[in-house]
Design a protein around this ligand. Sequence first.
Ligand SMILES: Nc1ncnc2c1ncn2[C@@H]1O[C@H](COP(=O)(O)OP(=O)(O)OP(=O)(O)O)[C@@H](O)[C@H]1O
Ligand SMILES: [Mg+2]
Length: 303
Amino acid sequence: MDANEPEVERRDDVMASNRLQVDSSSGAPAVPLVIGAKESAPAPPTEVVFELLDLNVYYGETLAVRGVNLKIHKNVITAMIGPSGCGKSTIVRTLNRMNDSVSGFRVSGEVNYHGHSIYASGVDPVEVRRRIGMVFQRPNPFPKSIYDNIAWAPRILGLKRDLDARVEQALRGAALWDEVKDRLRSSALGLSGGQQQRLCIARAIAIEPEVLLLDEPASALDPISTASIEDLMQDLKQTYTIVIVTHNMQQAARVAERTAFFSLDDAGDGKRAGVLVEYDETATLFTRPADERTRGYVTGRFG
Ligand SMILES: Nc1ncnc2c1ncn2[C@@H]1O[C@H](COP(=O)(O)OP(=O)(O)OP(=O)(O)O)[C@@H](O)[C@H]1O
Ligand SMILES: [Mg+2]
């Protein structure tokens, strides 16, 4: 299941008072980062949705991700950043068993969702993906009408009652309704890239998951559509727990309360595996990182 993108008005004025120019003498980002509305008063921790314990992920004999311990909190936007190949996509895809069909894919350690292992025997991966939706880098609408894109998963799951209302609610939730309400029967492929990405988000939320996993959802979009997606995320986090992978550090700084920085480390045999270097409140990670590798990355000296 995938998702789409939204469209929104700029939050610049809202954010202006929270604009944080990082002190370059402390080794902070070379470009000013705008930290979201939460840097001054970290919210109290919410319920833990995911807990990763000593997670290793393999593709065949290759260890792609090593020893990750991480808690993801409810109704919080958590960003994952780090250089290409450090395992960000691998980890988010591990969170909803999206890699099950990848030959050689294997995990060790624990991926607990509300205290239950999603890789335990007897757990239905389809049910996992019903609760934990995903949106990919490239919008991938089905070659169907806008309506049928949204209605597809509810129909499969037997959620056929009040389908029109469900479709409308999902499109409203993804801030797309007003733009498409008069052409619901038109092909989704006729939408712009930004609209298609919001359609994919609408498709993901149509079955009311708890979690949305967004793997670089805005990397193929123009700045206006990107701003829309970011604003949409702020709305969606009232309802959903959101994990976003992004290469855009400004984006992580703008949208996420918490940020995890991953990097590549020597796996012991000369091969490099992805490791979690640092995980903290976003403002802390960007302005007062504890680890030199984080500092190097967020200041653009590395990665
Ligand atoms: N389906 C796969 N089969 C085999 N190896 C894979 C597969 N997917 C990813 N890998 C390997 O796992 C490692 C981590 O890849 P992953 O795509 O998770 O990184 P990433 O951090 O998302 O990178 P990027 O920022 O470029 O998207 C890489 O070495 C990659 O080659
Ligand atoms: Mg990736």
